[in-house]
Design a protein around this ligand. Sequence first.
Ligand code: AMP
Ligand code: MN
Ligand code: MN
Ligand code: MN
Length: 267
Amino acid sequence: MNYDLHCHSTASDGLFAPGELVDAARLGGVDVLALTDHDELSGLAEARQACDAHGLRFINGVEISVTWEDETIHIVGLGIDPENPQLVAGLQQVRGSRLGRAQAIAARFDSIGISGTLQGALSLAANPAVISRAHFARHLVSAGHTRDADSAFKLYLGSGKPAYVPHHWSHLEHAVRWITGSGGVAVVAHPGRYRLSDQALRRFFGEFRDAGGRALEVVTGSHQPSQYATFARFARDFGFHGSRGSDFHGVGESRIGLGQLPPLPDS
Ligand code: AMP
Ligand code: MN
Ligand code: MN
Ligand code: MN
């Protein structure tokens, strides 16, 4: 069975509408798909309908932005209930801070002589409530300021760069509770991507487990292949399940297509 349990649609910062994403998943040979938009559930109904029409199994998902010890961490929720009032209210609160942050990012761009970035980013965001740095990056590329999205992050948008605005997202315990309280499984997204020492990562995994977290992404488009074994070992050490997901955002932007990753390690 080909599981892809992490991807994005135009409901957050993906390039495909949910129905188009399901078409791409079919072409990629996916049997079981979870849509995991950032802090947003509005794409789930369309994705489920398209999966039902084409015989794919669909799992309701979300990717929640969390701040833990000054580091932004992403927690995926799988099998959540999109009608759950605490989850819905919690995500609305997280999304609510995005526009103000985007204005602050644009002000930093203004101060280094790059104007019009807020309008540019918003014009590329199908859902302005989830305005993301990815939209700024795409605008910078289309306006000719950088060659590609990756250089937009390296030059301007990444942590510590001139247009980076530190932000406080949700608390780990809250995000995990919204997920588990709505019947879902909480999964650490791309654990190899955070700037945490081995020691801090272990402390984080312990707190995540204490909060009710149950799994780590082991095989993800955000890991180097050499990291699969590392995070399979972490999962075994902490008694976590392993997950697999491309983190697909769109053709030309994502290194790995839907359903194209290697399988999880046998264990
Ligand atoms: P935000 O949630 O607004 O902080 O935006 C984070 C999003 O930016 C991620 O979910 C990715 O879609 C995108 N992103 C982060 N780093 C990069 C990068 N180096 N290249 C392209 N996109 C990136
Ligand atoms: Mn994204
Ligand atoms: Mn993420
Ligand atoms: Mn993601």
